[in-house]
Write a protein that binds this ligand. Structure first.
Ligand code: PDD
Length: 280
């Protein structure tokens, strides 16, 4: 694989970052995941806009222009001959030399790395036909989940808890309401209404979420942005999640309780189709 590090395209085994880098020592870094379908970047502009917001929120300088990120992504797709897959991009506050809680001088160059992962048949995932089973766990992350940082240990722990119970993912619960999944936004469906938590610091403002809600409204579905409890979700007609890598993924079971008849719901299936048709 050819990867990108600070302006250079290198074989992955020659790409290195300092052990003093704040991304490594402090998780002082933000990231984006962009899907590639048929060689095409999915919603690059949306992800680019959020990258800028995450960097601004943390006062990390942005070393590249949007056009430079786009050119770099295209270069990686081409060099690695990616048809279906994803691009991972990470920007850190760089290498200050010494470990210190205070941010280094703003002139310290940021570290930018990016790599591709091939995922043949990504849009035709068999899981989309059977749906995911999710468990619920307390949301014990920090309070600025709207910033896409690389502090991913708690979501990893939640994913492992799900796997240990034979489930596909975990939904995180705070003050009796679901915030989101480990790496996706969470939804339920009641009749013609799609319900998903409102935007705040409590959840990541999903780029797929924005596109799916727009497409749902354009398709005359009703959208209600509010929190919902585990009990309300278990009694809903349908459930699903959205993310750059899962697109629209139906959820058929929550904490062992089947949603609706336990099969993939028609609204989730339709939204997945509409989203993929529109974006690719
Ligand atoms: N995760 N919520 C969380 C906590 C996420 O980590 C993600 C994305 C989302 C969905 O956002 P988007 O639609 O912009 O991908 C919601 C990525 C895919 C990841 O960490 O791999």
């Amino acid at each position: 694989r050819t990867v990108y590090v600070n302006g250079a395209y290198l074989p992955e085994d020659q790409a290195t970052v300092s052990i003093f880098d704040r991304g490594f020592v402090m998780a002082d870094a933000v990231y984006e995941v962009v899907s590639v379908l048929d060689g095409k970047l999915i919603d690059f502009d949306g992800h680019q806009a959020r990258l800028t917001r995450s960097l601004d929120a943390l006062e990390i300088g942005n070393p590249l222009s949007d056009a430079e990120y786009l050119a770099m992504f295209r270069e990686l797709v081409s060099r690695n001959e990616i048809t279906d897959g994803m691009i991972y991009l990470q920007v850190t506050r760089g290498n200050p030399g010494d470990r210190d809680f205070a941010y280094p001088d703003p002139d310290t160059p940021q570290t930018v790395v990016a790599f591709t992962q091939a995922k043949p048949g990504l849009a035709d995932s068999p899981a989309a036909r059977t749906g995911w089973k999710v468990i619920t766990v307390p949301d014990e992350r920090w309070g600025r989940r709207d910033i896409k940082t690389t502090q991913l240990l708690y979501p990893s722990m939640a994913k492992m808890a799900a796997k240990a119970q034979g489930a596909d993912d975990a939904w995180l619960v705070e003050d009796g309401k679901i915030t989101e999944g480990t790496s996706n936004n969470a939804y339920i469906v009641k009749g013609n209404r799609i319900i998903t938590r409102e935007l705040s610091h409590d959840i990541l403002h999903g780029i797929t979420r924005a596109a799916v809600l727009r497409l749902a409204r354009e398709s005359q579905m009703q959208v209600e942005e509010r929190g919902f409890s585990v009990e309300e979700a278990q009694q809903a007609d349908e459930a699903f999640v959205t993310s750059a890598s899962a697109f629209v993924m139906p959820v058929v079971e929550i904490d062992g309780a089947a949603i609706g008849d336990g099969a993939v719901g028609t609204v989730a299936a339709r939204l997945r189709e509409i989203y993929l048709d529109e974006m690719r």
